[in-house]
Design a protein around this ligand. Structure first.
Ligand SMILES: Nc1ncnc2c1ncn2[C@@H]1O[C@H](COP(=O)(O)OP(=O)(O)OP(=O)(O)O)[C@@H](O)[C@H]1O
Length: 308
């Protein structure tokens, strides 16, 4: 069976410098795959090549076994794309716009109406059929953007930073919708926010300075990221110097009067030693948990480690 996406030794050069170098990637299942990288890492370049919007300098892209450079039209039929800004025409109604997109995506004329209805239904915008897109909120415009990306039932849906700029309520709704879409399609989405990828993705591909620095499941990522601090809440906390006396503690930072982040080196039995010390000195421990580290710190740590 063909992979849904196969990228081989993909490199791209804009005039003088390489934006991406030797990217290899294979995706075989539905679900959300996150492309994670800081600004300028090469996410958009990779996505644009994958969607056939940009021609690579070197390497190969296959969508469902179809070579993008040899059969671009057939390959593009298998892809839906939501760029960073939803590509909507604000002077059209939702129905007019989606019918137009379906025609562009070569959906047969007699099937367009049904395709529009189904995409609207799946994206929760059926009640806005006759509304001008300009009169929709940002969150609903985003849904229209997602509807156009799935209207031709592609195997792969590519979304470039799809949750950027949404307010907290819109964010929750957008994540829910993306997860629903991913039950039937493979969704590749980019983000520079690690916590976003954490919430949404089954697999994560990290890209930094144009190269892949990590590619595995989210579970593998979580195991890879070893905890280096403990969060502790106490009713009767001691001064930092007392906490620092516990074997293995390297640094103590009070986040509030009663909550401390305790950095340690070595084994994770540190929690047992802290609990014992708390009982012994009557710090009245209320909560203790291993902290996976501040996500952004972990992100920086991982990318610099891998580049070296
Ligand atoms: N059209 C272009 N011409 C020249 N250089 C470019 C062009 N587009 C991108 N670049 C450069 O290529 C590198 C990768 O950019 P790209 O936009 O792919 O990164 P990104 O990870 O998507 O970043 P962002 O999150 O900011 O969109 C960057 O150094 C960028 O400056």
């Amino acid at each position: 069976m063909n992979s849904i996406v196969k990228i081989e030794k993909l490199s791209h050069k804009y005039s003088a410098s390489w934006a991406i170098r030797d990217i290899n990637l294979e995706i075989n299942q539905a679900g959300v795959i996150g492309l994670l990288g800081s600004n300028g890492a090469g996410k958009s370049t990779t996505m644009n090549i994958l969607c056939g919007v940009l021609k690579q300098t070197e390497g190969k892209v296959y969508i469902n076994g179809i070579d993008m450079s040899k059969q671009p039209q057939a390959a593009k039929k298998q892809i839906g794309f939501l760029p960073q800004q939803p590509p909507v025409y604000t002077d059209l109604t939702v129905d007019e716009y989606l019918a137009y997109c379906a025609a562009l995506r070569l959906v047969e004329n007699k099937k367009i109406k049904a395709a529009v209805e189904e995409a609207k239904e799946r994206c929760g915008i059926a009640h806005f059929s006759t509304r001008l897109i300009r009169n929709l909120s940002g969150g609903y415009r985003q849904r229209v953007g997602i509807a156009q990306a799935i209207i031709h039932k592609p195997a792969l849906v590519v979304m470039d930073e799809p949750t950027n700029g949404l307010d907290p309520n819109q964010l929750i709704e957008a994540r829910k919708l993306i997860k629903e879409i991913a039950q039937e399609h493979t969704v590749l989405l980019s983000s520079h926010i690690l916590s976003e990828i954490h919430l949404l993705c089954r697999e994560v591909v990290m890209i930094e300075s144009g190269r892949i620095v990590f590619s595995d499941t989210m579970d593998a990522f979580n195991n890879y990221v070893q905890p280096s601090s403990v969060l502790m809440k106490m009713e009767n906390p001691p001064v930092a110097a007392e906490l620092q006396k516990v074997a293995g503690v390297t640094r103590v930072e009070f986040l509030t009067e009663r909550q401390a982040r305790i950095y340690f080196s070595g084994d994770t039995d540190i929690t047992e030693r802290l609990v014992s010390a708390s009982v012994q000195h009557e710090w009245r421990l209320r909560e203790i948990s291993l902290d996976k580290g501040l996500l952004d710190d972990v992100f920086k740590q991982l990318t610099t480690q891998s580049i070296q």
